[in-house]
Write a protein that binds this ligand. Structure first.
Ligand code: GCB
Length: 586
């Protein structure tokens, strides 16, 4: 169970760290056999592994001393603030020191990473704390036993290579920003503490049922978990379940609750206590459901006026600060969005927290992108792990309504067709209060455009990526879309086209702003009339780095943004804004 940190007090060890590349992957300890046969007195020192703190003395590792590395800011993406690291994919060693007096009193200390891309191994004072794979979700290790009085040394080995058996796999249409991309924190807790909790809401017969589960970190919990929601006058105890789990349902008349919705994003403080541990969060109470082609919030149909976005800032890679996040929400609000697709991997937790406050609904996804090695059991395990780490991080965020399990995977691949339904089930096991989706393809048949993907029956909402007017066909070809006979709601998870900001010409001239704007006109006019289309998130809010895009208009960027990487708006921004603000979708 993921250690829920968002609502806890933490001590950050961000700031300037030392970092040094290790392209030949040498410094996890030298090859002892080779050196043992050589009768060389001073070679001993080279046997020392770089993560051993003694290596900080002058005589050690004369050619390679992490404490004499490059000074880098953490968090940051490799190569964004150290030009020598530009384009580098491989091992990188990082080190940081902190004094024990920084840590608040507590029985246990955990070292928590917001996200490190891609494989990570961590040592504290020479003791290995653990390893992690996956570049976008948080993880933590218990550090209590390795802590020392006075100075403590954290060493982190980051492997930013892309892997065929990774998630994502080697080839993507986005840049592989390696490094410690999100913050690193020390978290102190009592010996027994609340590891995580989940709040779900259902509405029935005039009552709002608030279902709360909590997981305590204790071998045999000795006291009940209590819950308070002060603004609703709630004060109750949860029932002990098996082992460390507790749960309970609080029923409140609907008239007494301000439900969370995009137009009124009301948050309540929910406070849980167990023995000496208290943890609280601001949580929105709302129900999400589907009905006859519609997505509903608190029973009310809503058209998802969205846009997709990557997590990226020019010159900073994936390391966003609070102001970058605010800027994103300003753009979303300016467009008239009530929804956004956070593609193609989990974005920083802060995005969902701000979305909760702003009333922007979210699609969140794991990087099961294109050709994942679905048949490999280790990959399946990694897949579940990434789903679990994301879901357990954000399951108290009212803004998140859709968990996406995959993007543009091959519907003709039998293994994929066996594995993805299992992943959909796994998501529901973890969280059955949200909708499961995936971005799929559409098929052009004599009867029109249809969804012909065996995964459909396993999804609550089907996402369709279609590029009529750009890669093929005409921009308004979606008029030929045939409603799904089973009534599954459909969202257009991607559509759009490229334009270079400031490049103007005729509307039939590719790469001009006019060409892109015309695609948006055609697409929006087709989609607004379709019954089962419950919303859209065109591709994409801003241009992003993509090594596979190298023509003269692109030069390493995917140019399908409505805004360029410097924040300059293209004509298509106005077209989508007019569509979303026209009131035609209400
Ligand atoms: C897609 C992918 C997205 C690409 C986009 C494009 O369908 O999901 O990652 O960037 O197309 O620009 O072609």
């Amino acid at each position: 169970m993921q250690l829920l940190v968002g609502p806890r007090e933490t001590v950050s060890i961000d700031g300037v760290w030392q970092a040094i590349p290790d392209q030949y992957e040498q410094h996890d300890g030298y090859d002892e056999d080779y050196f043992d046969d050589l009768d060389q007195p001073d070679i001993e020192m080279m046997h020392r592994s770089i993560y051993e703190p003694e290596a900080s003395t002058d005589a050690d590792l004369i050619d390679y001393n992490i404490y004499d590395g490059y000074s880098v800011q953490v968090p940051s993406s490799l190569g964004e603030n150290i030009p020598e690291f530009r384009g580098y994919e491989g091992w990188m060693w990082f080190a940081q020191t902190f004094d024990r007096s920084l840590i608040e009193d507590g029985d246990r200390t955990h070292l928590r990473f917001g996200a490190v891309n891609y494989k990570t191994k961590v040592w504290l004072n020479g003791h290995e704390l653990g390893t992690h794979e996956g570049g976008f979700t948080p993880f933590s290790f218990e550090a209590t036993d390795a802590l020392e009085d006075g100075e403590n040394v954290v060493v982190v080995r980051v492997d930013s290579k892309r892997y065929e058996d990774g998630m994502p796999e080697k080839m993507t249409d986005f840049y592989n920003f390696g490094g410690i991309n999100r913050g690193v924190d020390l978290v102190t807790t009592p010996a027994e503490f609340i590891r995580n909790f989940k709040v779900g809401t259902t509405i029935a017969d005039g009552a709002v049922d608030i279902d709360i589960s909590a997981w305590v970190d204790a071998s045999e919990p000795s006291e009940p978990v209590t819950v308070e929601i002060p603004d609703l006058g709630v004060e109750t105890e949860l029932e002990a379940e098996n082992g460390p789990a507790f749960s309970g349902t609080i029923s409140i008349p609907e008239s007494a609750v301000d439900l969370w919705s995009p137009s009124d994003p009301r948050l309540y403080t929910v406070r849980l206590s167990y023995r000496g541990d208290t943890i609280e969060d601001r949580v929105g109470l709302r129900e999400v459901s589907v009905d006859g082609g519609e997505v509903r919030i608190n029973g009310e149909p809503i058209w998802l006026r969205g846009i997709a976005l990557h997590e990226e800032v020019a010159g900073q890679g994936r390391a966003l600060d609070s102001e970058d996040i605010r800027t994103r929400f300003q753009w979303l609000n300016e467009l008239g969005c009530n929804y956004a697709r956070l593609a193609h991997y989990p974005h920083t937790e802060e995005m969902a927290r701000v979305a909760d406050e702003e009333g922007i609904l979210l699609w969140e996804e794991v990087p099961a992108y294109h050709d994942v090695n679905f048949g490999d059991e280790d990959v399946q395990e990694l897949y579940r792990q990434q789903l679990r780490e994301l879901i357990q991080r954000d399951w108290n965020r009212a803004s998140v309504i859709l968990w996406s399990i995959a993007n543009e995977t091959n519907h003709n691949d039998e293994t994929r067709n066996e594995v993805l339904p299992q992943m959909a089930d796994y998501v529901r096991e973890l969280d059955d209060t949200r909708l499961v989706t995936a971005a799929c393809f559409i098929k052009d048949t004599d009867d029109g455009l249809v969804i012909d993907d065996p995964l459909k029956g396993h999804l609550d909402v089907v996402g369709i990526n279609e590029y009529y007017g750009w890669y093929y066909g005409d921009a308004d070809d979606m008029r030929r879309f045939q409603d799904d006979p089973e009534g599954t709601p459909v969202v257009i998870s991607e559509t759009g086209g490229g334009a270079k900001w400031g490049y103007h010409g005729e509307s039939n001239e590719r790469w001009t702003e006019e060409f892109q704007a015309d695609i948006y006109r055609g697409q929006t006019s087709a989609l607004e009339d379709l019954e089962q289309i419950a919303g859209m998130s065109p591709w994409i809010l801003f241009d992003f780095r993509a090594p596979i895009r190298q023509n003269e208009y692109q030069r390493g960027f995917n140019r399908k943004g409505l805004i360029d990487q410097h924040g300059r708006k293209k004509e298509a921004f106005d077209v989508l804004q007019e569509f979303y603000q026209s009131g035609r979708l209400e």
